[in-house]
Design a protein. Sequence first.
Length: 308
Amino acid sequence: MRYGLAGFTSSISGLWTFVEIQEGDYVSFLYGARVFNLYKVVKKEALKGADKLPPWPPITFKMSGKTYYFPFRLYLEPIRDMNEPMVRPEFAYVAENLLLRGGYRKTHFQADQITLHAVSQMGELSNHFTEELKLNSYESFQPKLTWNKSLESLPEVFYFQELILQSIIRHYLSDIHKLQDFFLKIGLNNLKGNDFEVLGEKALPEGHVDIFVKDAQPVGTSRKIIVEVKTHAARIEDIIQLKDYMRELGAECIAAVLIAQKYSKNVLKKARDEGIFPLIYFFEGIETQDAYLFEDLKKKFAIGGDRV
C-alpha cells in the first residue's frame, strides 16, 4: 500500500502469478476474509538479486526449510479504496473458490467480470498517493522456461510445468478469434466468442477445473465449458474426473474438453464414449533443449484435433 507494489516469490508459484497477470489487469487483495482496495497493474518487472533489494526481506518456511525472496513485482495504480467483508453476495464467486480450496492455497485466482463490475462500485475513488521505492541500482531480467532440467536456474529459468501450460492455454483462449476456433473444434458452431469469458482455476466440491469458460453476462441461463489440461499423455482417470465435473455442474455445462500432449487408443475411445472432447496441444518449432520466454511460447502454441 505504501509503494503501490506487489511482490511474488522466487518459486514456480511466483512465476505463475507473474506470467498470468498482465499489465492493464485489475487486482484486489484478500486478507483475513476481507477484500482490500482495487488497483490497476501498470508495469511488471523481474529483478536480479532481489534477495538483497527492499522492501521485503527473504522469508524461510519452517516446514520445508526453503528460503524465498521476491523478484517478481507488479507496480500498481490505486483506483478504489475499500475494505469489504467476503460475506457480501457480490463476492460469491471469490468466496466459493476460497471455501472449496480450503483457504489461501495459491497466490491468486481470477474473478469473473461480474465481480469486477461489483468491486468497481464499492468504496470510493482512491486519493492515496504511493511513494516511489528508491533502489540504488538493479538489473531486470525476463524469466524463461525450459524442458531441459539441466538448464533450470531459479528464478531466471524454470522447468516447464502444468501450471504454466494452463496459463498459456488460458491466454490463448482469451483471444476472441482463437476462442471461436476452439468452439468450432468441439462442434459448438452456434456459440459466439464475444459472449464468453475464459477464467483460470475454478474450485468444485469434486476438485478443481483447470480452465473455466462461461457466459460473461448470463441471461436466463449460464452456459459453462470446462477444460482439463495435462502436460503429458492423457489417462483414463482424467476422463472420469471430467465426467464427474460435468455431472456436478449439471445441464448448464454444455461441453467438457481434455487438452493433452497425446492419447492412447484406449483413452481416446473412453473420451469419445463419455462425450469428452479430446484435443492435443503442441508448440511449433520448439527445441526442447532450449529455454524460452513465456511470450514466445504463447506465440508458438497451437491446439489441434486428437491424435494417438
